[in-house]
Design a protein around this ligand. Sequence first.
Ligand code: CP
Length: 318
Amino acid sequence: MKYFTSVNDIGPLDIAIQEAMRTKKEKFSDSNLGKNHTALLIFFNSSLRTRLSTQKAAENLGMNVIVLDVQQGAWNLETRKGVIMDGDKPEHLLEAIPVMGCYADIIGVRSFARFESKEEDYGEVILNQFIRYSGKPVISLESATRHPLQSFADHITIEEYKTVEKPRVVLTWAPHPKALPQAVPNSFAEWMVAAGYHLTIAHPQGYELDERFTRGAVITYDQEEAFRGADFIYAKNWAAYRDPDYGRILSTDRSWTVDSKKMELTNNARFMHCLPVRRNMIVTDEVLDGPRSIVIPQAANREIATQVVLRRILKDLP
Ligand code: CP
């Protein structure tokens, strides 16, 4: 493996899940594999889980880790090609990326959608420049359109908690005061369909996601109907995808907040969220703190998912 940017890079999912379960039992069995190798983790946006779990996974494999917060201490980076650099950005990504590649064996990049241009966001301009110009293996730590390490961890978690072979999984939109990218729901949808689960996506009208990610899922505007008989409820907010509303908040309707009454409609479903979560906007305290919530083991699996990916890349290094 040289790149990890989507479910398409991981190969057969049953093999990946077996590897994850083995990793969970024997976290340190490859602690020499990454010796004298460096993971450079570049964050254009904030992070708690991704930063810590990626660092931990790399260290479990014996790697050295450098974390760079682009907004704090690095030169302000120009990302557009062909511009006259007479503004406040003294360095261009076109030099910065190959320079970073000199110091790293594997590069992780977090770069959210900016909601300035749908073409730029969905063209994955930043991530693709790292792939093109760094000369090193690149993993997505959440890009403009996908969060594959999160989805892999979600898949591991569902495999651990499911009680039927092909569970009924519901991805539900929930309200949030800020416009959030579609990366988590996009990635979750395509990963769940690839896993062969029964996926239903519930959201208010106007929140339709890009069909390239949701193909194979049932889409509904009726949240309660979606919840009936569900085995897993995965809540997430996202901003509108479709034009002319791309990146906009169309609703903060709190009747979409996940609460105990709605959870009673389910097949005693487990509650999931990628975190960070806005309490009593996305989900009530009662559900989040209740016995069916698995958000903490879900977050713990971020380390496992990342370790599987890093190990595969390390094994394939020239
Ligand atoms: N779920 C997730 O990616 O969390 P962070 O944004 O804190 O990394």
